[in-house]
Design a protein around this ligand. Sequence first.
Ligand SMILES: [Zn+2]
Length: 424
Amino acid sequence: MERLSKPAIRSALFVAVFLALCWSQSLRAQQDGVYTVAPGDTLGAIAVRFGVTVEALVAANGIEDPNRIRVGQVLLIPGADGSVSAPETVTGIPTAVVRAQAGDDIAVLAARYGEDPALIAELNATTTTHRLFPGQPVLVPTRAAPPPRLNFGAILTIDAPDSIVQGRTGRLYVTTSRPVALFGRLSDQPLHFNILDAQGLVQFAFVPVNALQEPGVYTLEVGYTTARGVDLKRTFPVNVVAGPYGYQEIVVTQEKADVLTSDVVAAERERVVAVWSQYTPFLLWRERFRRPISADYPTTSPFGQRRTYSVADIGNFHAGQDFGAPEGALIFAPAPGIVVLAEPLAVRGNAVILDHGGGVFTGYWHMSEIKVAPGMRVETGDVLGLVGNTGLSTGSHLHWELRIDGVAVDPMQFLEEPPFEMAE
Ligand SMILES: [Zn+2]
């Protein structure tokens, strides 16, 4: 893999921060991603008005019957790439999008997030007893109080997430009075810091949470080692909240099961783990991910689903997001990156892995054909390969996986949000 020189990294970071600032400004200006259905509206007309597909509206809003929308119903308008940005402007309260679980109404969901049901009902223009579809997007408030000034050693502020849903990725922001090498961990998971400004005084880390992490309170630790070799650090409680994950049993044909001996499965796991355990110490991207496949192809089996397989040792939850698509459909790079694996595998089929820097990798499994080679630099929208049904797959689809520091997290979050926010 190509390494950039230090001055090149510095100037790239400077340009990237400038772009990120411009970009976050423009995001705010257009962040009106909510529409209230008016008399005479159809989903088709709304789709045309906002330049999105009906399918994207259906998917973003968990709509069961596209012919039945009600006047006054609030719709999230996904971006052209099928992602949904959380509108901040509804009530002036910063919000995030979460997905409803089976059987949820607003009151149940509010209790899960420790929020006021009346406020969540208000944010979603509905009532506390309104029944939600599984997967339906719901706006919840994010607590965006300014971080307290700490002033311990070189550290001025730490903005730590107070809760993270299983399988989702939190962000940790630290400002310092001079550049320091920060360390951090959530429980046993070490975190990597990325520098956001030209002076090296603003840093952030992804905080990926395993989809199977037991809900509860964990300790987040942040600090640095002083010139005298003393560790200055602070700890913060982080509440890991249960995710909205269902359960599925996967039956594998005998023919496929015969090939997948535990030796084959273990060797392949070792191979991919070695790839996504590498670390490129700078981010190759700064923007929301683009959908890796046309919006014509719906999301199918979601990330995080608990699974059992009729063959042993494959894993116990769905580590990626599936998109149902015919063989030959194009698969695109969602962001700039470097191809670090492109080869046939027994379980994952024809596979590609991209390194996006900062410990972030995306994987694409079951392809019919691979169109890239290891070492290639790809840009957003470049074709990586074609959809197929190779490896342990029960039908033609794209399996899209996101790993941060080796932890599989929900890739859809990176369609919904930029990788980081710049401090005000
Ligand atoms: Zn999958």
